[in-house]
Design a binder for this molecule. Structure first.
Ligand SMILES: O=P(O)(O)O[C@@H]1C[C@H](O)[C@@H](CO)O1
Ligand SMILES: Nc1nc2[nH]cnc2c(=O)[nH]1
Length: 268
């Protein structure tokens, strides 16, 4: 069989086998006493989410065997173990993306490490563009569902042979984002007085690295997307596959242009 150029064939299917994951997990477990139950993936510019962690222990991605290394500004590239309100957590200060040249298998490698370390809940955050006309810059959108656009084109982290030690061949994705966690997040934000900028919606992943053309943005909007970004979907897909509870949070950092008329320059 000819395999060149097709990373999902049997011969070249996985750069992150169960054994690779185990090696990385054991490496971390032997170097930290922390046993996190909650993992948080910090999106672009959101590394400060780990600022309030107590009893911190950090590892640079480049020191962790097999771990992918962030190449984008705003992604510090370190794992932070510690506690938030007495809950044992691990934060990824920075993630890697498909557009950096990483396979989705590598992009989602940390999620499987968290699972093997004993994590039960994952909070995945991102910076995204708002497509929903009601959204304002600075709004926080709880992700209720996603559209996996690269997945439609065969760029999917679960392509290739399925290892049942992680999860089943055909995982259900209709409930990838925990309803209970969304309810809890809404209730906590209301208690904090944040209701004015809390939203709920559908996040669409594109591969990037370019931002959308106006025609593309209109298409994504018509398809039911409320925000668009370049991450999160692979991580949540792999989290669901291996039985983690997921909460997805999108910070709306810009409004995506849906019409040709205003602010003219350079537009068709
Ligand atoms: O890691 P996230 O999804 O927050 O990063 C977003 C998408 C691109 O990497 C970058 C573009 O602004 O921010
Ligand atoms: N694709 C995409 N990613 C983003 N990340 C932050 N804003 C945007 C956006 O407008 N489009």
């Amino acid at each position: 069989m000819h395999t060149e150029g097709n990373m999902h064939t049997k011969e070249n299917s996985c750069c992150c086998s169960f054994e690779d994951c185990k090696l990385t997990t054991d490496w971390l477990l032997s170097r930290t006493r922390h046993r996190p139950k909650i993992a948080v993936v910090c999106g672009s510019g959101l590394g400060l989410l780990a600022d309030d962690v107590t009893n911190k222990q950090t590892f640079s991605y480049e020191d962790i065997p097999n771990f992918p290394v962030s190449t984008v500004p705003g992604h510090e590239g370190r794992l932070v173990f510690g506690h938030v309100n007495d809950k044992a957590c691990v934060f990824m200060q920075g993630r890697v993306h498909l557009y950096e040249g990483y396979s989705l298998c590598k992009v989602t490698f940390p999620v499987r490490i968290f699972k093997l370390m004993g994590v039960e809940t994952i909070i995945v955050t991102n910076a995204s563009g708002g497509l929903c006309e009601d959204f304002k810059v600075g709004d926080i959108m709880l992700i209720k569902d996603h559209i996996n656009l690269p997945g439609f084109a065969g760029q999917h982290p679960l392509c290739g042979p399925n290892d049942e030690r992680f999860g089943i061949r055909f995982p259900c994705m209709s409930d990838a984002y925990s309803k209970d966690l969304r309810k809890l997040a809404m209730s906590v934000s209301s208690d904090l007085g944040y209701s004015n900028f809390m939203r709920e919606g559908v996040y669409c992943m594109v591969s990037g690295p370019n931002f959308e053309t106006i025609a593309e943005a209109r298409m994504l909007h018509v398809l039911g997307s409320d925000s668009v970004g370049m991450s999160t979907v692979p991580e949540v897909t792999v989290a669901k596959h291996c039985g983690l509870r997921a909460l997805g949070i999108s910070l709306i950092t810009n409004k995506v242009s849906l019409d040709y008329s205003p602010r003219g320059e350079g537009q068709p």
